[in-house]
Design a protein around this ligand. Structure first.
Ligand SMILES: NC(=O)c1ccc[n+]([C@@H]2O[C@H](COP(=O)([O-])OP(=O)(O)OC[C@H]3O[C@@H](n4cnc5c(N)ncnc54)[C@H](OP(=O)(O)O)[C@@H]3O)[C@@H](O)[C@H]2O)c1
Length: 409
């Protein structure tokens, strides 16, 4: 296998294409397709080696099938929006192509992240001997793989997982989101949720916070939100008692978010305006800066990882596993800010894992739908640093993250 089709030439998809084009020993054929050909042309011109491009509306299964039959890739990396996941999976099944994405399917009319739509494709992919690899970005993605690595190498039993996500960067705009504004705002305005002892516990949005000490950044107030990898990790990490997800938001971001919510601009249902139905969130997206436009003056770093508590050889142990990524450095390398870079590099590494045979269905099976933590973590992590995302692991003491371990949930 050596031929890849990337769908979605946005902020993160452009990183995927550019990184594939820097690894021609693995990716002999690279094709980038998106809703607008101009988006592809821009990325094509910035790739270090030649790639092919096409226009496709990935909501249209038959249009995508026709493209797949023409290009004949081994794998589709879906870097479009979560709305397109099922249509692209259907097209992959019909054309006999492996599938990978970085975000789970979400219906347009309901901001609800869940694998319940994609997991039922398991038998169909298995029957065709095809792999569908879900959630292969950074979070979900690398954070899941950190957990799988911890389960395999560092712990006998894992009791708690805290996924911690800090963007300590500054883009200089009054208000902008680091990835697709619509998807980002739908994520942070929904009710928070975490999992404890077999139950999902819902909380009001941004109502629980803790000070977390992030590597190379320092202490930053972080909010408990729901994030999609919690759903699969609950299934795949044995003996788990609690999982929570924490993200930093600046006071400025929260101020803007509050006002936008209060005036109804984050609504996802249509409202009539001068006789035309308008979805306020979609209109708002059209006013906000494109995430790919933020790279130029972005300074600072992202610091994302996991803090895990459990037992090893009868002793209570705590580990932190993380990556730090610098916005200015990623801009220099591929003309993208660190959030797009940390999202775009992992699927390239995941594709390498599939092409090189490190990631495959379990013994005796030929395919199916898998979350990344179900696949071997070590070869992935060995390659990740080489592709620009070095990671670190360290045993920590409770007092180093006192606020996080003490927060009542
Ligand atoms: N796991 C993670 O760590 C993580 C983190 C951040 C984001 N993500 C996910 O990454 C994905 C991309 O995010 P982004 O920030 O790159 O967003 P973005 O800049 O808005 O890019 C999305 C791209 O999708 C394309 N697209 C939209 N509808 C399409 C359709 N019907 N057919 C074909 N192409 C279509 C758009 O194409 P045109 O430009 O051609 O119109 C756009 O370029 C999202 O699913 C997001 O949830 C994952």
């Amino acid at each position: 296998m050596n031929s890849v089709l990337i769908i979605g030439a946005g902020a993160a998809g452009s990183v995927v294409a550019k990184k594939c084009a820097m690894n021609r020993d693995v990716f002999k054929k690279i094709h980038l397709a998106s809703r607008r050909l101009e988006s592809c042309k821009k990325v094509q011109a910035e790739c270090k080696t030649p790639i092919d491009i096409s226009q496709v509306d990935a909501d249209n299964v038959q249009e995508t099938v026709a493209l797949l039959k023409k290009v004949k890739p081994d794998l589709v990396i879906n870097m479009a929006l979560p709305y397109q996941d099922l249509a692209i999976m259907d097209a992959c099944l019909e054309a006999g192509v492996h599938y990978m994405d970085t975000a789970n399917y979400e219906p347009r009319e309901e901001a609800k992240f869940t694998y319940k739509y994609q997991w039922p494709y398991h038998d169909a992919f298995k029957a065709k001997g095809l792999m569908a690899i879900l959630g292969c970005g950074f979070d979900p993605g690398v954070t899941n793989i950190f957990c799988a690595y911890a389960q395999e190498e560092l712990f006998d039993t894992i009791k708690t997982i805290d996924i911690i996500d800090c963007n300590a960067g500054s883009h200089g705009k009054a208000f902008a989101t680091n990835f697709n504004p619509e998807i980002n705002l739908r994520e942070v305005t929904q009710r928070g949720k975490y999992w404890k002892e077999g139950e999902w516990i819902e909380i009001d949005p941004l109502s629980i916070s803790a000070m977390i000490d992030y590597p190379e950044v320092g202490e930053v107030k972080s909010y408990l939100i729901y994030h999609e990898e919690e759903e699969s990790l609950v299934e795949n990490i044995k003996g788990l008692e609690q999982i929570r997800f924490w993200m930093t938001f600046s006071d400025n971001y929260i101020k803007h978010l509050e006002v936008l919510q209060n005036v109804g601009m984050t609504r996802i249902d249509p409202v009539m305006y001068k006789g035309t139905p308008v979805v306020p969130m979609e209109f708002l997206k059209s006013l906000l800066p494109e995430p790919s436009s933020l790279a130029e003056n972005y300074s600072g770093k992202t610091s994302i990882g996991v803090i895990i508590k459990g037992h090893k050889d009868g002793e209570k142990v705590r580990y932190m596993i993380w990556n730090v990524c610098d916005h200015a450095e990623t801009n220099k390398e591929v003309g993208a800010q660190a959030v797009s870079y940390t999202t775009g590099v992992p699927p390239v590494v995941g594709a390498m894992m599939l092409f090189q045979g490190h990631w495959k269905a379990p013994e005796g099976e030929k395919g199916g739908v898998f979350n990344v933590e179900q696949l071997p973590p070590k070869p992935f992590l060995e390659e990740l640093g080489k592709q620009g995302l070095p990671w670190h692991v360290r045993q920590i003491k409770k007092k180093e993250q006192k606020d996080l371990f003490d927060v009542e949930t």
